[in-house]
Design a protein around this ligand. Structure first.
Ligand SMILES: Cc1cc2nc3c(=O)[nH]c(=O)nc-3n(C[C@H](O)[C@H](O)[C@H](O)COP(=O)(O)O)c2cc1C
Length: 360
């Protein structure tokens, strides 16, 4: 097993068996949607479908990028993809770097298209791979196009994970030139580009720059769910790396909470995926009310997928039912109508939004 393969397998094991959530919440607890005592619609009328990057999804849900690159990932990607197909969701694949290192691993990603012939599938690569690091050369546009074709992807996500890279002993620490590289890819690749954070949150200035560089959509990947600092702290501790373990603990909650990140980028004129600590359908309703187009869910789906197709379907069914009830009780017949739902914002999230100039 190569180094990337082994790391991805360990991420999977740590994320499904240990507590790697941030201690700080994503902010949903501070968002209160006002009850509409006279919804004036029937639950059967609700239509949860949305359009994302020119494709219609039956529900405003993206299975977030997680895995690929080893046999276990092959099984899990098959399960996740079957759910994407069955429920009409979008699905992101985990970083495809492993398959570039070893083309024999392509099948662990390709299975997603086999099992989800109609789903909006999103290819994935880290921004660090686009710029020269100490070892490998940056990826070429042809290589990236190859990743897209590997899974018949409808879009390519470039993930920003500098928090993780900074903590990982073997992490890539050269970030200079990243935006320019993203711009080059956006203008050369044949599918829409998504710029995606992985748990430290996108900000408004970065969202703007990403769009100017050609991003067709943003995934906020905010604080409040899986903490990659926590994941890397555990990995470092296992290796007796005191530096990494301590860094991971200190930066466990680093970043912009998901609710704040959604507000930061909601009105930049591109679709926004709210990812990071989405755990209930009510959380999703709040994210959509703040301006997200769809929500992204990662770790809970992985934990359900580990138990099989039925457990994953049950988790999603419950989540979607919660979203439906929240829409009904706010009188929102469609996901976009949640934006008009009256709300009160309290606590830490109100303080963040106030200081960033969104609330008086
Ligand atoms: C095991 C695991 C692996 C992940 N790998 C990737 C990845 O390869 N690329 C990526 O963009 N995000 C990756 N992520 C980040 C997720 O897509 C998501 O942004 C993050 O986990 C926050 O969502 P959550 O709180 O619902 O878990 C990974 C997450 C997990 C749990």
């Amino acid at each position: 097993m190569n180094e990337v393969e082994a790391r991805k397998l360990e991420h999977l094991e740590v994320a499904t068996t240990l507590d790697v959530n941030t201690h700080r919440g994503p902010g949903w607890q501070d968002i209160h949607l006002l009850h509409q005592p006279l919804p004036e619609l029937d639950v059967e009328e609700l239509n949860l479908s949305i359009e994302l990057l020119g494709r219609r999804l039956r529900y405003p849900v993206v299975i977030s990028a997680m895995t690929g690159g080893h046999e276990r990932a092959h099984e899990l990607n098959a399960i996740l993809a079957r759910a994407a197909q069955r429920f009409g969701l979008a699905m992101g694949l985990g970083s495809q770097r492993a398959a570039l290192k070893d083309p024999n691993l392509a099948y662990t990603y390709r299975v997603a298209r086999e099992q989800a012939p109609d789903a909006l599938l999103i290819a994935n690569i880290g921004a660090a791979q686009l710029i020269p690091q100490s070892r490998p050369q940056p990826l070429t546009v042809d290589q990236l196009q190859g990743l897209v074709e590997m899974i018949g992807a409808d879009a390519l996500a470039i993930h920003l994970n500098w928090l993780e890279e900074a903590i990982q002993t073997e992490g890539d620490r050269r970030a200079r030139g990243c935006l320019e590289a993203i711009e080059h890819v956006a203008h050369s690749i044949r599918v829409p580009l998504i710029v995606k954070e992985t748990g430290a949150g996108l900000s408004r200035p970065v969202g703007k720059r990403a769009i100017e560089a050609g991003a067709a959509a943003l995934d906020v990947g905010g604080v409040g769910g899986t903490s990659f600092a926590a994941v890397e702290a555990i990995r470092a501790e296992r290796r007796g790396d005191a530096r990494g373990a301590r860094l991971g603990d200190v930066f466990r909650d680093w970043g912009i909470p998901t609710a704040v990140a959604v507000v930061e980028v909601a009105d930049l004129g591109r679709p926004v995926v709210a990812t990071g600590g989405l755990r209930t359908g009510l959380d999703a309703a709040k994210a959509l009310a703040l301006g997200a187009t769809a929500v992204g869910i990662a770790r809970p789906l992985l934990q359900a997928a580990v138990q099989g197709d039925d457990a994953l379907a049950a988790w999603l069914t419950q989540f979607l039912e919660e979203l439906r009830v929240a829409m009904f009780l706010t009188g929102s017949a469609r996901p976009e109508q949640l934006r008009q739902a009256r709300r009160v914002i309290t606590g830490e999230t109100a303080a963040w939004l106030q200081q960033l100039g969104y609330l008086k």
